[in-house]
Design a protein around this ligand. Structure first.
Ligand SMILES: Nc1ncnc2c1ncn2[C@@H]1O[C@H](COP(=O)(O)OP(=O)(O)OP(=O)(O)O)[C@@H](O)[C@H]1O
Length: 546
């Protein structure tokens, strides 16, 4: 075959004179191809190689311009055009048009040169961005993604951020943006929607609060202009506090309390940013005629939780109530399953996807351990033993449900450990007190259900104990993410019994993907597709059964 091919093509030379017209068309095609390449805009992840190739290409084009060998718009064309004009002496009209043509041609060259120079700078910027993103483990996809922030001062130089916001930021003691802030703040400031997934404790709250406050500019009497949805009341209250720390007195920032949802007169209430759980917000829209038609920014925090059955319907209701056609929506979470992304894509426009590190993985600052405890009884022994050996408060202990939270609390409250409990049967005030006391260090051990597993920022939690095995990998990631926040180190211990072994591999995968080690035999277990692993467990009690 090869021989045939070389025989067919060997010795053939192209007669340019004879096929001049075809040759010109072919040249034209090359020019179009080059132009297409110059107009190329990334659709997917920008890799360094990609950018380098484009910079190289444009550099060749420019040097081609300089030495006359460029394949795109070149001096050859100018010469060819020049050759077409009949050189008739004495006819000044022709002479002047010739001069004009030369001048015009030089102008074209200059503007093409400028265009290529602009393109070169553009690709060089892409290259710098790609290197910077790689350094900070930022992965992006989407078209025309703005450059990440090099530092907070770029908020002023690139986006004319008002000085009060930068002052408030400085008061918080933040020196550098975290990776998620570096990328999502410019994305949202440039008016783009986004999905963002970054590890627990990596500063996602400010990543969406900051651009919202920047874009709102001033307080207004127009009603609610930004809505932040959180899956729990505790998280909504925390986000409200964080938002107020940045905004101080410049905006009306409101938490949708039970009272407000039931009896607020929203036609009179000044509110720029409203933070709520989906249920309360839906209630206020239906019963209190809360108008969300002017909402410009909608943030779905812990978005995968908000998209779970049970909450999805309320979220959907809120999304539909935000009827402003130019609304910007964004989704943030430490876990972002593909199904959530796919659903969200159906409502979002030209969204940018930002992932920090590996999607759906735990924070690498947490040391993770799996501990076999045999049976339910074994758990209590293991817990007591671990407290006796080294109790390094604050410690957060997660159990499967509120009944078990009460049982464990009853077991521990008589001991010399300052323990407290939080679950959904407590009143709002009791829940707030439990959180405040834990934050203030008055409580050493907080026993909790998953109600505080997501988003809660307890500074300095040294250890998370999964007394009951989590019901999903995402629940595991969020629970243990209450420690090891904002770059601090933390520890996570997960007890498992025989009943949990089939699901061990799923947690083991999370551990290994965040750099931890897991015994070989666990890694050789088959990965089980799980849907809410919540086995019936024996009562937590050291009292003999009567
Ligand atoms: N640029 C920064 N520099 C230093 N600390 C920061 C910065 N941004 C945020 N923080 C702090 O990091 C901690 C964790 O932030 P945040 O609660 O926003 O995390 P998160 O990514 O939302 O976590 P989770 O997934 O658990 O909700 C907070 O105490 C916050 O004040």
């Amino acid at each position: 075959m090869e021989k045939d091919a070389s025989f067919l093509f060997g010795g053939i030379s192209f007669n340019r004179k004879k096929f001049a017209r075809d040759f010109d068309r072919f040249k034209g095609k090359i020019q179009v191809d080059s132009a297409e390449k110059l107009n190329f805009i990334d659709k997917e992840d920008k890799t360094i190689d990609d950018s380098l190739e484009k910079v190289e290409f444009v550099e060749n084009e420019i040097s081609g311009m300089e030495d006359g060998t460029s394949t795109s718009v070149s001096k050859k064309r100018k010469r060819k055009e020049k050759g077409k004009v009949p050189d008739v002496e004495g006819f000044s009209v022709f002479k002047s048009s010739k001069l004009k043509e030369e001048a015009a041609s030089e102008e074209t060259d200059q503007s093409v040169n400028e265009l290529l120079q602009g393109k070169k700078e553009y690709y060089q910027q892409l290259e710098r961005d790609a290197i910077f993103r790689k350094m900070h483990n930022i992965h992006v996809s989407g078209s025309n993604i703005p450059s990440p922030l090099l530092n907070f001062s770029e908020l002023r130089s690139r986006y004319e951020c008002r000085s009060y916001l930068l002052r408030n930021l400085a008061k918080l003691g933040f020196k550098e943006p975290t990776p998620i802030q570096r990328q999502t703040i410019p994305v949202l400031l440039s008016g783009r929607e986004c999905f963002a997934c970054a590890p627990t404790g990596s500063g996602k709250t400010f990543a969406f609060v900051f651009p919202v406050l920047m874009k709102l500019k001033h307080t207004s009497k127009d009603g609610v202009r930004a809505v932040i949805l959180s899956p729990t009341k505790e998280l909504a209250a925390q986000t409200t506090r964080e938002c107020k720390k940045l905004a101080r007195k410049k905006f009306y920032i409101r938490l949708m309390t039970k009272q407000l949802a039931k009896s607020g007169d929203f036609s009179k209430l000044r509110c720029d940013v409203l933070i709520s759980t989906p249920l309360r917000l839906k209630f206020a829209i239906q019963k209190r005629k809360l108008d969300l038609s002017r909402v410009e920014y909608l943030v779905l925090d812990e978005s995968d939780k908000l998209f779970e059955p049970g909450m999805l319907e309320q979220v959907d209701f809120v999304v539909k109530a935000c009827t402003n056609p130019s609304i910007l929506r964004s989704l943030f979470s430490a876990t972002l399953p593909d199904i959530v992304e796919d659903r969200a894509r159906t409502i979002m426009h030209d969204a940018v996807r930002v992932i920090i590190g590996r999607k759906n993985s735990a924070s690498e600052t947490i040391e993770q351990k799996l501990v076999y405890v045999g049976s339910e009884e074994g758990k209590l022994l293991a817990l007591r033993q671990s407290f006796a050996e080294s109790l390094n408060p604050p410690v957060l202990v997660f159990v499967q449900n509120k009944e078990r939270a009460k049982e464990l609390y009853d077991e521990l409250k008589l001991e010399d450990i300052r323990a407290d409990v939080i679950h959904s049967d407590l009143s709002q005030i009791q829940r707030e007190n439990a959180i405040d006391n834990f934050r203030a260090g008055k409580t050493w051990v907080l026993i909790a259900t998953d109600v505080v597993a997501r988003g809660m920022d307890f500074k300095g939690v040294n250890c998370v104990i999964n007394y009951d095995f989590p019901d999903a990998a995402a629940a595991y990631i969020h629970r243990i993410g209450r420690s090891g926040r904002a770059g601090r180190s933390g520890q996570a211990i997960t007890f498992y019994t025989e009943a949990d072994i089939p699901f061990l591999r799923n947690i083991a995968n999370v551990i290994t993907s965040s750099g931890g080690e897991v015994p070989e035999w666990i890694m050789s277990l088959t990965k089980k597709k799980w849907r809410k692993h919540r086995p019936r467990r024996e009562t937590i009690s050291t009292q003999p059964d009567i």
